[in-house]
Design a protein around this ligand. Sequence first.
Ligand code: MRU
Length: 337
Amino acid sequence: VETAPLRWEEGALLVLDQRRLPAREEWLRCTTVEQVAEAIRTMAVRGAPAIGLAAAYGMALGARDPERSAELLAATRPTAANLRWALNRARDALRAPVTTGGQDEEDPDPAEILLSHARRLHEQQLEGEHRLAALGAERLEPGDRVLTHCNTGALATGAYGTAGAVLSTAWERGRLGSVWVDETRPLLQGARLTAWELGRLGIPYRLVADASAGALMARGLVDRVLVGADRIAANGDVANKIGTYPLAVLADRHGIPFLVVAPVSTIDPAAPDGTSIPIEERDPGELLGSAAPGTADALNLAFDVTPAELVTAVVTEAGVLEPPYGETIARAVAGRA
Ligand code: MRU
C-alpha cells in the first residue's frame, strides 16, 4: 500500500488532500485524531472505504481515549457505512485478548494494537478490491462505454477502488472501451478526481454534465452504468452520491444494466431499507457559489437512495449479488461475520 493516497508513515497518517486536486498534489500529515476527524469532515479524504480506513488509523492516533476518539470520528460524516464499521472493528480489536506467547508480558499498548489493526484492514481492503475488480470486469464486454458517477477509484478507498477498480481491471484486460465521467455537482468529484485518475491510468474518458445522462442513453452511447455505494441496506437499496438515483431510473428506462460496486463493509444489515439510511445535508454554501443571488437559500443533499429494484447487481469481494437481495445480501454479510 506504499503508493496509496492514504498511508501511515513515521507515526502519522498521510492523506493526499483531495480538496486541492487536480491543481495541486499536497499531502496532509495528521498526527492527532482531531486532525484526522477534520480531514474527513472537510473532505480532504473522502469516499466511503477511504473514510473508514482513515478512521481506523485515526483510532491509533487517539488510542489514549478510544471511546472519545471513536465518537469524534463517527460524528464527521453520517452516511458512509464503512466509517462505523471500521470504528466497531477497532473497538473489537482492543477487546480481543492478545496472545504473545511469552509470560509476564506488559499490557499491550493500545496504540500498537490499533495501528496493526488499521494496517490489517488496509491490506484486507486492497485484496478485497482486487477481487471485486476482477469479478466486476467479467460483467463488462470489450468496447463497453461505461457511465460513472462521483469518484470511486483509489482516492475513494485508499487502496484500489470500487467501480473505479473495475474500470482499471477491465481496461487492462481489454474489456472496456471508454468512460463517460459525470461532473458530479456540486463538489465535482467526477470532473476533478475521476478525470485525474483515469487520465493517469491512460483510460479514455470524456467528461459530461450530470444532466447529460438521458441524452447519452437516448443516443445509444451508454452500455452500462457503474457506481459505488456509501451504504447498502439489507433489502438492497443503495445510498450513493446525489445524482445516482436519476441515473438508475434512466438506465431502467433504456434497458441498460446498472451495477453497484462495493465491499461487503458498505452493507449495513441494521438498515432494513433505504429509509433508515441517514442522508448527509451539507453546507448550502457549497451549492450557492457565485452564481446564485446573495439572498438564495439552498438544500444541499449529499446522497440519494436508489431502490433495489433498479439495481441489476451488486459486485462485492464476496461475489456478485443479484436479486432477491434480501437473501443474497444476508448470505454475504453472514460470510463476513
Ligand atoms: O461525498 P463523497 O465524495 O465522500 O461521496 C463518495 C461517493 O459517493 C462514492 O461514490 C462512494 O463513496 C462509493 S465509492 C468508494
